[in-house]
Write a protein that binds this ligand. Structure first.
Ligand code: PLP
Length: 383
């Protein structure tokens, strides 16, 4: 018996994407740039309440350009949230700079403002001033941006807000992506909306975004021939993919709604076990925090769950062809960053040890939910 795969988070196309793509084809706007790119950038600005947006090839390239624009160079330090996808930190290394990793707090699972302050105080003493701070909104849950921005401003360090997982999330109505000097979005295939691959750099600083567009299109000086006085990059989004993005943005609210329903559904499901001796924990919203619930994640502490571990759940689900995944492995535990300095408090280590991301697509069917819950029922019945 071959059961079809239930994915963690698969693309979910709406009604208008193909029409926009057809428009690009019929007008022969296949190259990078073009009317869809302009319209997509405008729509992203409206969605995130930012003044300027540059559509790019990926979230990774957006972070890279933000670091370049902030003048990050060899031997500079950049503070980065430790628990995240490696793409938050890799561009620091592209610049030959050094990441310093900051652990999380328990409420949002994101950068701990207290540890950030400690790290800044120490940097002030030893003169290793960071050129930027990169907090992340893990799984769509906003980081404590008010605290982080206040501390960053106090020390005069710009913030690159990695909102790759958090389009549609907000704090008291202020959208994720609009808090930092720069905001970063991703439209990779597994994100809440997708252009198959893509990203965006957001800012209220017109000059910075203009410069980002210049660097992203090979840094051509204005001259009839090809003339260059900067190193350029090929980071601009194509007009075809921006067409997909326009259609996807139109359905963003539906996608957020569907994913928030997934979360509620899982929470409801697990409550019957939590009422009978188990203690499955969730990433909870504090007052004013609105997560897009990109992925629903649980924490399974074996000491509080009759010995049940997230690995038991992961392997049992895998045997049923249901994809789940441990939470991001913190950067301070990654072989490639093992020599980096980090400020730790045990929170992200615990999240990695006990955390599991559950299937969370906005296109999950009733039948798929039944299979997931049947599998979980079988596991719980053994404990
Ligand atoms: C997906 C992701 C990125 C990178 O985005 P790409 O578009 O895949 O390059 C960066 N940071 C975080 C937190 C992500 O989840």
């Amino acid at each position: 018996m071959n059961k079809s795969k239930i994915w963690l988070s698969s693309p979910h196309i709406g009604n208008n994407e193909l029409q926009y793509v057809n428009e690009a084809f019929s007008t022969n706007w296949i190259a990078p740039l073009g009317p869809h790119v302009n319209a997509f950038e405008q729509a992203l600005q409206d969605q995130t309440q930012t003044k300027h947006a540059a559509a790019l090839t990926s979230g990774t390239s957006a972070i890279h350009l933000a670091l370049i624009l902030l003048g990050v160079k060899t031997s500079d330090n950049v503070f980065c949230q430790s628990i995240t996808f490696s793409a938050s930190a890799n561009p620091i290394a592209y610049q030959g700079a050094t990441p310093v990793f900051i652990d999380s707090e328990k409420d949002t699972w994101n950068m701990d403002p207290i540890l950030l302050k400690t790290a800044l105080q120490e940097a002030k003493k030893n003169g290793k001033w960071p050129k930027a701070i990169i907090p992340v909104h893990l799984y769509g849950m906003p980081a404590k941006m008010d605290e982080i921005i206040t501390i960053a401003n106090e020390y005069g360090v710009p913030v690159i807000e990695d909102a790759a997982e958090a389009l549609g999330a907000n704090i008291n109505g202020k959208p994720c992506g609009s808090f930092g000097t720069f905001g970063v979005l991703s439209f990779n295939g597994n994100k809440i909306i997708t252009t198959s691959g893509g990203g965006a750099l957001l800012s209220d600083d017109a000059e910075m975004i203009e410069k980002a567009r210049f660097l992203a299109t090979q840094a051509r000086d204005s001259a009839p021939h090809y003339q260059h006085s900067h190193i350029g990059y090929n980071y601009r989004m194509s007009n075809v993919l921006a067409g997909i993005g326009r259609g996807q943005l139109e359905v963003l609210n539906d996608r957020v709604g569907a994913r928030r329903n997934n979360y509620e559904r899982y929470k409801q499901y697990f409550s019957k076990y939590n009422n009978s001796g188990f203690n499955i924990k969730f990433q909870e919203e504090s007052e004013g925090y609105y997560s897009n619930r990109w992925l629903t994640c649980i924490l399974v502490d074996p000491a509080k769950n009759k010995g049940l571990t997230r690995e038991v759940i992961r392997l049992a689900m895998d045997a049923e062809n249901i994809e789940t995944r441990p939470l991001w492995k913190p950067m301070h535990q990654q072989p490639i960053f093992s020599s980096s300095k980090s400020y730790l408090n045990g929170v992200s280590d615990n999240l990695f040890d006990n955390g599991l991301c559950l299937p969370s697509g906005s296109n999950l069917t009733e039948e798929e939910f039944s299979r997931i819950f049947d599998c979980l029922d079988t596991i719980f019945s053994k404990y």
